[in-house]
Design a protein around this ligand. Structure first.
Ligand code: SF4
Ligand code: SF4
Length: 367
């Protein structure tokens, strides 16, 4: 077991990592592996924990890892506010400004791409140390692994104080016994992550949206102290809630509503953890009752539990795209907010898809 030399300056005790991810991409396991790796193979002290919302799939996930020398104790157990390394598992998360909170001149950022690099133009804060990108989704698919191991390989390369062999070891320890058939693909995913990570060269400013001092969310996150913390110490930025824009958590799928099939049973509403469905007093088959008017996609994280539970296929899985039936995209009237609150959700709120159209045709509808 070697002793890794941490790239921290004299005044800083810890090397801190924050993972920003979506439930289902494996960030929680990735954080655990990093924590174990520090202790088992790097001769360091380490800690690791994650935070996520009401349901795992699709919900925003944050992972926090700290390393320090063996002769120090880790006495901080709070979330990482100003990371040395910020790892964004999916580029869609950059739409959420809190993801970039606390980035400064010592921060390196890794972004997992799903589209072209130009799509993140204007979304990276200026004044950071460096920004790297990796086609994590594509590599994971090609190697039959998962995004988390690709990101693990990429992180090892950027951090520079762990060898590829160390990462392979921890992957073998974690997955080898449980999923021996999947080990080879995961090791390949790690290798490709390590080798294919690319720095955004030239100037990060081409991709920048502001200076480090103006990085979104920085003021709020780093400004909290005993005098300025929210009342009762409540965290107002927890993963999944009616006040959160959950659209960045979606992985390209969304529930589509076929109103004419709906029997207003309410199962979707009691299953959905995020207050997406808008029921209002109305009439169904001449009876007065609460009727389903549609969805507020602002809160929808795309877990598709409602699709599973709907007994009459009035909800079907669809790809995010332009929706022909905008009348079923309904802002939640119970929440008080200004009209532009919805603009951030973007076109993702409106959807159509071949699966939706097929469903409509099967149902005898004209499309
Ligand atoms: S579960 Fe299906 S049928 Fe029941 S209210 Fe929801 S959409 Fe309508
Ligand atoms: S509306 Fe459906 S897909 Fe969206 S969060 Fe609720 S249960 Fe999940």
């Amino acid at each position: 077991m070697g002793k890794a030399k941490l790239p921290v300056n004299g005044s800083s005790e810890y090397y801190e990592i924050r993972l920003e991810s979506i439930g289902g991409l494996g960030a929680n396991l990735c954080g655990k592996m990093l924590g174990e790796l520090g202790v088992k193979y790097l001769g360091l002290n380490s800690s690791s924990f994650s935070s996520y919302g009401s349901e795992k799939t699709g919900t925003p996930v944050k992972g926090f890892i700290r390393y320090c020398d063996k002769d120090r104790e880790i006495r901080v157990h709070s979330p990482v506010i100003s990371p040395n390394l910020l790892v964004v598992f999916h580029q869609a998360l950059l739409k959420d400004e809190s993801v970039l909170a606390g980035c400064g001149e010592n921060t390196e950022i890794i972004v997992g791409l799903d589209g072209g690099v130009n799509e993140i133009s204007g979304q990276i804060p200026g004044g950071i140390k460096a920004c790297y990108v990796i086609n994590a989704q594509q590599i994971a698919m090609e190697t039959h692994s998962r995004i988390n191991v690709v990101m693990l390989g990429a992180m090892a390369k950027v951090m520079g104080f762990m060898e590829l062999e160390d990462v392979n070891q921890i992957c073998g320890d974690t997955l080898g016994k449980k999923y021996p058939d999947a080990l080879q693909g995961n090791l390949e995913g790690i290798r490709r992550g390590y080798e294919e990570i690319k720095e955004l060269t030239g100037s990060v400013s081409e991709f920048a949206k502001g200076t480090a001092e103006k990085a979104p969310g920085r003021e709020t996150a780093s400004g909290w102290g005993y005098a300025t913390a929210p009342e009762g110490g409540i965290n107002p930025r927890f993963g999944s809630s009616v006040v959160s824009d959950l659209s960045p958590s979606r992985q390209g799928y969304i529930p589509l509503f076929i109103k004419e099939r709906c029997i207003n049973c309410g199962l979707c509403d009691s299953t959905c953890p995020d207050m997406v469905f808008q029921f209002v007093p109305g009439k169904y088959k001449d009876k007065e009752m609460m009727v389903n008017k549609g969805l507020d996609y602002y809160h929808c994280k795309g877990c598709l539990r409602c699709v599973e539970v709907c007994p009459v296929n009035a909800l079907v899985r669809g790809l995010e795209a332009e929706h022909p039936h905008k009348e079923y995209f309904l802002p939640n009237k119970d929440l008080v907010r200004t009209p532009d609150y919805y603009l951030k959700t973007g076109a993702d709120g409106y959807v159509t898809s071949e699966s939706y159209l097929t469903e409509k045709r099967m149902g005898g509808g004209e499309v």
